[in-house]
Ligand binder design. Structure first.
Ligand code: ZN
Length: 257
């Protein structure tokens, strides 16, 4: 009887510790779960933004306030925040799973009889963003071309972070991509003589990361995607109309990968 009890105890002890996990074989085939950083404006005051992002139906990992520009962390980076919605970049869908979301307090735009008036970001907000982004990119090994805006990954639905977002300044800090101005000028002269087709635009936009149907026509979706591209890389005019400068920027970005 005593022996039996011992055997039972040993068995139970074995069960409690479970099978041994051998961690000595580490695969080289892996990467970081976080591949993208998605930037947004909140379209609301700081107080309202904090409320919405903590107790509304959406969230982001970080919120950059406006007065003073405090950086709030609302969701741990290891967890999903709900900021991207239906979205796609480089063939990856529903980017909440694979991105870090940063919201910046900014009202977006105001509709006036003369068109939209956009609100600028403050210098302090951008300085705070650069510090935050550098840290995120370094820790998660994120490629510059994967620092993107909400409008890039949902071009038919979203306009944020808007045409006043300083993408070039970020790219100058290594946080994003920007085309070389001389190369663009050279390509632009070429495209003015030979305007590319809708199919060419669709192929090039897709290559850069945008989701776009390859219809061969300048349909509504294609114009939305082209407008999102222009708002990011040529914000002076983002009407979704093809033009030699847009074509040149696309060409240069895709050949200097
Ligand atoms: Zn957004």
């Amino acid at each position: 009887m005593r022996l039996f009890t011992c055997a039972l105890l040993l068995l139970l002890a074995g069960c409690a510790s479970g099978p041994r996990i051998d961690r000595s074989h580490v695969s080289v085939n892996q990467d970081n779960r976080i591949q993208f950083v998605v930037l947004h404006y909140t379209n609301a005051s700081q107080e309202r933004s904090l409320e919405l992002l903590t107790h509304g139906e959406v969230s982001s990992h970080y919120l950059i306030g406006d007065n003073p520009p405090t950086i709030y962390q609302l969701v741990d980076e290891s967890r999903r925040a709900w900021h991207a919605g239906e979205s796609e970049w480089q063939g990856r869908t529903w980017l909440n799973s694979s991105s870090i979301g940063i919201e910046i307090v900014n009202p977006g735009y105001q509709q006036t009889p003369n068109g939209r008036i956009w609100y600028p970001y403050s210098e302090e907000q951008i300085k705070a963003l650069v510090v935050l982004l550098k840290d995120i990119v370094k820790r998660n090994n994120i490629e510059p071309r994967n620092i993107i805006g909400h409008s890039d990954i949902a071009p038919s639905r979203k306009l944020d972070p808007g045409p006043l977002f300083p993408w070039k300044r970020l790219a100058d800090e290594g946080l994003g991509i920007w085309p070389n101005a001389n190369s663009v000028a050279r390509q632009q002269a070429r495209f003015e003589v030979n305007p590319p087709s809708a199919a060419w635009y669709q192929q090039q936009l897709s290559r850069l990361g945008y989701t776009i149907p390859q219809t061969g026509e300048f349909d509504v979706t294609t114009r939305h995607v082209l407008a999102a591209f222009q708002m990011h890389f040529r914000p002076e005019r983002f009407d979704g109309q093809p033009d030699a400068q847009s074509a040149a920027i696309l060409q240069v970005l895709n050949t200097t990968k």
